[in-house]
Design a protein around this ligand. Structure first.
Ligand code: ATP
Ligand code: MG
Length: 403
């Protein structure tokens, strides 16, 4: 992509109404546009990062036999009355007239689909997921894309014939989440938490970060970790598992997985016949992962506020390489075409603007590899390549082995 054709519109000033590091950066650098509190449009730059995250999540869900579908935003009152949640979620669910609401989550609809399709143990287990917009009237929509009122989530639901099978799958989802966050470039802690309205407990994937809303306690020695909302432990205590020392940190919940037991299948009649021909309620699990929250978390973690500089992990960067030409457009154009031919995602800043402006914008685009072609670099034997804050001069032919 050439910068002259791309919607690359950064602003020098920080947005005055930004409520967080992520919103401030993403708005200023032209990744998103704010429509109202908690409602953001993803612009091409932001959408590129978003799609990278989405694809990683999709690949890992498919790998554990998740099947993608797409449910609906519009939900009927009758369906939600079956579980008694129509009244319970009144504050969170946006309503359209008296009988329709905008989905804040999809347990009811997925259970409705499965109860109509599955009746035998032979069709279990089954795991279905979607990547979709969710609506929640969040009273605390104040952390940019971390807490939206309209946001994107991957939600998966699994159905099992017995507890043992459920537990095995639950574990495989937790492992898939580890892979996802590892690939995305976020280090997560697996944290025990409360189950909310319909479950006894849940497990959260938390990214340690000063600006997080959650507080977690974890052992510095083993994998013990609890959300403050359920924990009786405090900083400095001994770990109940290994006697190590407990630490307290702020964190962002990027994913949350729940055992649902038979709560939904019972109230909605999602039953199956087991091998002995006996009718049983399906055992369910649900697995959420905030896609736009993950995007925002990456900014909170990777954006260097002091130097106004972003460097994205390669797996989610909007562009892997950015070429900056300082009055060497013929050479730059040639390299650009070659990289495109090799399927490398490259942004080429061909605009008629000052070098300073190009560098400032490149700091916001955050490509992990930057290539500068200038009089100076050519005199020194080729092009300047900057990666991991290391600068090298390499010849054009050497560049492909470098990349
Ligand atoms: P929280 O505790 O942060 O309110 P939750 O427990 O209500 O979240 P779930 O319903 O389990 O969240 O949703 C699954 C995932 O969706 C969360 O782990 C989070 O990553 C994301 N998520 C939840 N609410 C929001 C929101 N308002 N804006 C953006 N992402 C969200
Ligand atoms: Mg939660």
């Amino acid at each position: 992509m050439k910068a002259s054709k791309f919607l690359l519109k950064t602003q020098k000033e920080l947005p005055r109404d930004a409520d967080s590091v992520n919103a401030s950066f993403l708005v200023r650098a032209g990744y998103v546009q704010k429509q109202m509190a908690g409602v953001y449009a993803l612009l091409p730059l932001g959408f590129r990062v978003y799609q990278k995250i989405e694809n990683i999540v999709r690949e890992e869900m498919n790998r554990i036999d998740g099947q993608e579908l797409l449910m609906n935003v519009l939900q009927t009152k009758e369906l939600w009355q079956e579980t008694g949640r129509w009244d319970k979620v009144e504050e969170v669910m946006y309503r359209v007239g008296n009988d329709i609401g905008l989905a804040p989550t999809h347990e009811e609809q997925i259970t409705d689909i499965v109860r109509k399709k599955i009746s035998s143990y032979k069709d279990l287990p089954l795991s279905l997921y979607q990547i979709q917009v969710k609506f929640r009237n969040e009273p605390r929509a104040k952390s940019g894309l971390l807490r939206g009122r309209e946001f994107l989530m991957k939600d998966m639901y699994s159905f099992h014939a017995n507890e043992k099978d459920f537990k095995k799958y639950y574990k495989s989802v937790a492992e898939a989440y580890d892979k996802i966050f590892d690939r995305i470039g976020l280090e997560t802690k697996f944290v025990a938490a409360s189950g909310g309205m319909f479950s006894d407990y849940s497990d959260e994937f938390q990214v340690i970060c000063q600006t997080g809303e959650d507080t977690i306690y974890f052992c510095q020695n083993c994998d013990f970790a609890e959300n403050a909302e359920i924990s009786k432990i405090k900083a400095g205590d001994k770990c109940p598992k290994c006697n190590g020392t407990i630490k307290e940190e702020k964190a962002i919940e990027v994913g949350n997985i729940f055992p649902l037991g038979t709560k939904y299948s019972k109230s909605m009649g999602a039953k199956f016949l087991d091998a002995d021909g006996k009718e049983q309620n399906m055992i369910m699990g649900c697995y959420g992962l905030g896609l736009t929250r993950t995007l925002a978390t990456l900014v909170e973690v990777y954006y260097d506020q002091q130097n106004s500089k972003m460097i994205w992990p390669k797996s989610v960067a909007p562009f892997v390489v950015e070429i900056i030409s300082l009055n060497k457009n013929i050479e730059a154009e040639k390299l650009y075409e070659e990289l495109l031919d090799k399927n490398i995602e490259v942004l080429y800043d061909d605009r008629e603007i000052s070098a300073g402006e190009k560098f400032a914008d490149a700091d916001l685009v955050g490509a992990p590899i930057r290539i500068i072609i200038s009089e100076k670099s050519i005199a020194a034997g080729g092009i300047e390549i900057i990666h991991n804050s290391k600068t090298e001069i390499v010849s054009i032919s050497e560049i492909y082995t470098k990349l």
